[in-house]
Design a protein around this ligand. Sequence first.
Ligand code: PLP
Length: 418
Amino acid sequence: MTAAQDPQAALRAAHDAYEEFAQRGLDLDITRGKPAPEQLDLSAELLTAVTGDDVHSPSGVDARNYGGAEGLRELRELFAPLLGVPADQLLAQGNSSLTLMRDALTFALLFGTPAGGAPWVEGRRAMLCPVPGYDRHFGLAEALGFELISIPMDDEGPDLEAVRQAVADPAVKAMWTVPLYSNPTGVSMSERRARDLLALETAAPDFTILWDNAYGLHHLREPHAQPLDALGLAAEAGRPDRVWEFASTSKITFAGSGVAFFASSPANVDWFLEHTAAGSIGPDKLNQLRHLRFFGDPEAVRAHMERQAALIEPKFAAVERALADGLSEGSAASWTRPHGGYFITLRVAPGTADRVVKLASEAGVKLTPAGATHPYGLDPEDAYIRIAPTMPSLDDVRAAAEGLVACVRLAELEAAAA
Ligand code: PLP
């Protein structure tokens, strides 16, 4: 009898393979989507792009001083075509788009939105959460008192029928979405799905889509995802205030020291600025000026993103190769092959994701906790694992992926034997 026919022998072999991997004494971390040092080096000139004797923007703004709440005009004009939004409806702000999401939600909770309706804090409130999704989105909404409602994803984006049913409840005020190369599946929304979501009849008049365009410029491979004109489509559908769009250069230049953007209808932009003004006398324009000088024009940003892709695509390929070599046969596992973004989603045999993460951790490979891809950290299937291959070196990514394969195999055979 061969190992394939003898479950006990297969389990022993998987155990041996895992032990062999564990003995390598690795200490690797593929938990978070951070840029690798070589990616950060691509933006090294940012650090010297503004010097003491050259602190004015092209239109003469002294970047050292207060003011200019909407951000430097020339930087907004540079990023507007990249994000597919009018410069007049685009704000350049601080260092984090997640912070802008928190701010916008907080303003809606306290003051309501231009779309009408009471401050959201006054009643029950729920947030639609496409799954698998981004743990920080879910954590933020939970921290602000939203009920989290899971919405399945298909290969065109959030499931339209599930959204349609959910928004019949007036407590459903908002929805997350990462339209291009979503975190963590890499799925990009189709234009058809975007149109439908933006036009949908909802019980809450102020239902808002948080359109987190974090990976809109982060192509890895052809064919590239097509950009979506969310603001234009919302306006066409007669619902101009439905979308708040966010983006940042966190994974273009320096993570945590980039520039974050907010774009929306004119009414929402005024609303956002009005409430921001209560707590800010202007954003960090020196950092904005650095970014303006470093890039100069939109084409330079695109060229920079090609250099980023050249560094990280081989890491994605290495993970995919290891998974294909180790799991194509005799395993229930499947995984995404994204064309952009920062993540691969691995779907393992239901009921084993948590065990895989534990096995990997014991063997020296840290993975994002199982469940992180779902609201409240609870994946009802216990099947999804997010892989973030950008940060470690190529050799380390390869080693981590090979080890992961051993963990997936062992967990699956253990479960089958139980
Ligand atoms: N949105 C998504 C989908 C992300 O994956 C991340 C970071 O991983 C962020 C936002 C954070 O962006 P920022 O650094 O601009 O706060």
